[in-house]
Design a protein around this ligand. Structure first.
Ligand code: BGC
Length: 773
């Protein structure tokens, strides 16, 4: 755990330069706009420890799988988001001496992520070995107003000398992925152009043949006059530069502007890329850095207006939740149904930038409440588009007749993961995808999604479960053998309660969905029946039979659901009795020891009770919560949020808050010592859920918004804004009252403390006894 980020409500601040923290800060100060993004690498040369990272959404390379022991059914490759060309590079030499912070004495260093306006600022004073001192201020951003643009303003002032500056501004496409399996580079150069309008480098990914053009216009100004740059004479592969020399006068600054674009052949015909890049750069150049930054601030103001959370009385908590919201909005904007949310977003290479069940289980609620409906719909459509591949994936494993198994990890619908106990066994992901459809319709009321897309997906998923279970003559119920639940600290277990529960639910929900479509649009229904060759009578009878008779392990004595058949055979020593020196288990214990232990990585039974909370009474929830919480080590960042929400539901405010703290500043304080690999983007959505669903107690039941809020003792108040079916609501929770502000014109009813309350435009105030004030 680190504690070097200064707390401020709207800004993330690092003061002082510690090279040991650089990779962590590169993650924390990452920028993105849904279309592209970047770690907070320095613009100028840096020879110290750094993980270079520039990413273009949806552009990937299929890196040939590397495993020790090949298993039939493994994917051939792992699709990886690529480290792409670095557009912002600058080489700065002062009287021949290179500016490189790892070789300088650095003072007054500060990095500030301005979350309100959406830009990164870095200032420092550096003393070079010669004693020359320069002061630098660099600001940059990825525009969310025009997601094809990024911009940089780099200002350098010589503090104690006059002398010559040789500067080279470059685009460097000669980059590699740190996680490359075979030390390969993934890009080939296709073409290069340099003219008045800028420098343009087009690279093509090996195998997948995505073309990405990086176009940059560099402008250098001295005393408001343009400094002429010349094209480099010695061409270097995948590297384009322009250089110039300037006589600097002590205390007089020089301004370097770079306006950049990254366009890919996903969105433009290859032949049009250059013309399009020129147009984009020129249009942005005409506006200029300051105007673009104004547009950026306005676009961010909109985002904050749609989904800010305000916490009073705790600056660190306020900063943390804004950081989580900021990063989620930088990662996914929902404009393109081919894109999704990698667990690390644009902040690192880990998890390959691919899609996991995290999206459906954790991220959808955030986007449902804080973004237009199309945004979460696009996340669902993404899976619809992959249905064919999910069917192929299931066929590869021996399933038939349109059964669909969605991949554990994917970029384009094909499975990328290659550990048998996860690839073949962590099949609960299929359930999360079905649950997300249900969740989307519950929230938006948009049941037409079923006939458009959802039903086909649900049929494929139901068919998978039907074939994945088998009848146990011994138990006289359907069982599911050889699975891994969300708790990856047990593998190849039988009858994971969560997976069996989800499977049973999916079968029922698929039939319900079919019923809805049949009733609402019989013609469309018949088309889906024909398209999927649905043998209604027989298949529904099977689904009904299985869902009614699926085995759900339960321990009568303790009154808890059993995570799996053999769970109680394990030695039951609670987490509180584990020596601190042995944790985290995944770093201190052998894998074998972990697998045989009773310790739980992340919510598993509790994940199911969270999804289907209305099926369980509070007492049952309490028993299961106490049982499993005391055995959970939370070694996945996705874990504490679910525990926080359930603790809140159980009126255990202290524990709800304790779990919340574990997720909220996970990256800012580098809790797990892994922030340098990138941020935990998907768990950030869990943090948001802990506040809105946990402390705010928000649910949607029978088309009605419900709240059951409480105020953590440590805060003076908190308020969150959500959109629901065309109206915006801000719920403010104080010690004495709940204030609801809404934009609705008509009279609406929302449920507060289990009582329907009328609300209309303006403010409604309710006290904790549920009475209007
Ligand atoms: C978790 C998975 C998750 C993955 C990516 C793993 O550590 O156990 O549930 O999907 O990380 O976030």
């Amino acid at each position: 755990m680190k504690n070097y980020i200064q707390a401020e409500e709207w800004n993330i601040i690092e003061s002082g330069f510690d090279p040991h923290l650089n990779k962590i800060s590169e993650s924390i100060f990452s920028l993105g706009n849904g279309r592209m993004g970047q770690r907070a690498n320095f613009e100028e040369t840096y020879s110290g420890e750094s993980l270079q990272g520039n990413y273009v959404a949806g552009v990937y390379y299929p890196d040939k799988t590397r495993v020790g022991w090949w298993k039939n059914g493994y994917p051939e490759y792992f699709a990886k988001v690529l480290n792409a060309a670095d557009w912002m590079g600058l080489e700065l030499k002062l009287d021949g001496e290179l500016l490189d912070l790892s070789l300088c004495k650095v003072t007054a260093f500060q990095r500030v992520l301005h979350m309100k306006e959406g830009y990164l600022e870095r200032t420092f004073t550096a003393e070079l070995a010669s004693g020359k001192q320069v002061q630098v201020k660099a600001r940059r951003f990825f525009s969310i107003a025009n997601d094809e643009i990024a911009a940089l303003h780099y200002q350098l002032i010589p503090l104690n000398f006059s002398g010559k500056l040789d500067l080279t501004a470059f685009i460097n496409g000669d980059v590699k992925n740190q996680d490359s399996n075979y030390e390969e580079k993934f890009w080939d150069e296709v073409s290069r152009t340099q003219d008045e309008s800028g420098s343009y480098l087009t690279l093509r990914t090996k195998k997948t043949a995505f073309d990405v053009i990086t176009g940059v216009k560099t402008v250098v100004l001295q005393n408001s006059k343009t400094v002429q740059l010349t094209l480099d004479k010695l061409p270097r592969e995948k590297f384009l530069s322009e250089s110039g020399s300037v006589e600097l006068t002590r205390n007089e600054g020089i301004d370097i502007y770079k306006i950049a674009t990254n366009l890919s052949s996903q969105n433009y015909a290859t032949a049009d890329l250059l013309a399009q890049a020129k147009k984009t750069v020129q249009a942005a150049m005409a506006k200029g850095f300051d105007e673009l930054l104004k547009e950026q601030a306005a676009a961010w103001a909109n985002k904050w207006q749609e989904g800010d959370i305000i916490i009073e009385g705790d600056v660190a908590a306020q900063q943390a939740i804004r950081f989580n919201i900021f990063q989620l909005n930088q990662t996914y904007t929902g404009k393109d149904a081919r894109l999704n949310i990698g667990p690390k977003g644009f902040t690192g290479e880990k998890y390959g930038g691919s899609t996991y069940w995290d999206t459906e289980a954790y991220c959808i609620p955030f986007y449902l409440s804080t973004a237009p409906q199309e945004v979460s719909k696009n996340l669902l459509v993404y899976r619809y588009k992959h249905l064919g591949k999910a069917i192929e994936n299931a066929e590869k494993l021996g399933f038939t007749k349109g059964a669909a198994l969605y991949p554990m990890v994917t970029m384009n619908g094909e499975e990328c993961h290659n550990e048998w106990e996860i690839t073949f066994e962590e099949i609960h992901r299929n359930g999360a995808i079905a649950f997300a459809i249900f969740n989307y319709i519950r929230y938006t009321g948009d049941a037409s999604y079923l006939k458009e897309y959802g039903l086909e997906v649900l049929i494929g998923i139901a068919r998978f479960w039907k074939q994945r279970v088998n009848w146990s003559a011994d138990k006289k119920q359907y069982v599911m053998l050889g699975v891994t639940g969300p708790n990856e600290y047990e593998n190849n277990i039988n009858n994971n309660w969560y997976t069996n529960t989800l499977a049973g639910w999916c079968l029922k929900y698929a039939m319900e969905a079919a019923e809805i479509v049949k009733e609402e649009d019989p013609e469309q229904y018949q088309q889906i029946v024909a398209k999927t060759s649905l043998a209604e009578e027989k298949e529904f009878a099977d689904w009904k039979e299985i869902s009614a008779n699926i085995y759900l392990p339960y321990d009568e004595e303790q009154g808890v659901f059993l995570q799996q058949d053999g769970y109680l055979d394990k030695e039951q020593i609670l987490v509180k009795d584990l020596p601190a020196s042995e944790r985290p288990l995944n770093q201190k214990w052998s894998w074998d020891r972990i697998l045989r232990s009773c310790y739980i990585k992340q919510a598993d039974v509790l994940q199911g009770m969270y999804f289907f909370e209305d099926d369980y009474d509070l007492e049952s929830l309490r028993r299961n919560f106490d049982f499993y919480e005391s055995r959970t080590v939370h070694e996945s960042s996705l874990s504490p949020c679910v525990h926080s929400i359930l603790a809140a539901k159980l009126n255990d405010g202290d524990r709800a808050y304790e779990f919340y703290l574990r997720t909220a500043r996970l990256d800012l304080d580098d809790y797990n010592n892994d922030t340098e690999d990138g941020l935990h983007i998907t768990s950030m959505a869990g943090t948001w859920m802990s506040i809105v669903e946990g402390f705010g107690g928000m649910r949607v039941k029978n088309d009605t918004l419900c709240f059951n809020p409480f105020l953590p003792e440590q805060w003076t108040s908190f308020a969150f804004t959500i959109g629901f079916r065309g109206n915006q609501f801000t719920i403010k929770v104080t010690k004495d009252e709940i204030m609801i502000n809404t934009t609705t014109k008509e009279l609406l009813h929302i449920n507060i403390f289990n009582k329907l309350q009328p609300v209309q435009a303006g403010e409604t105030v309710i006290n904790y006894r549920g009475l209007l004030v």
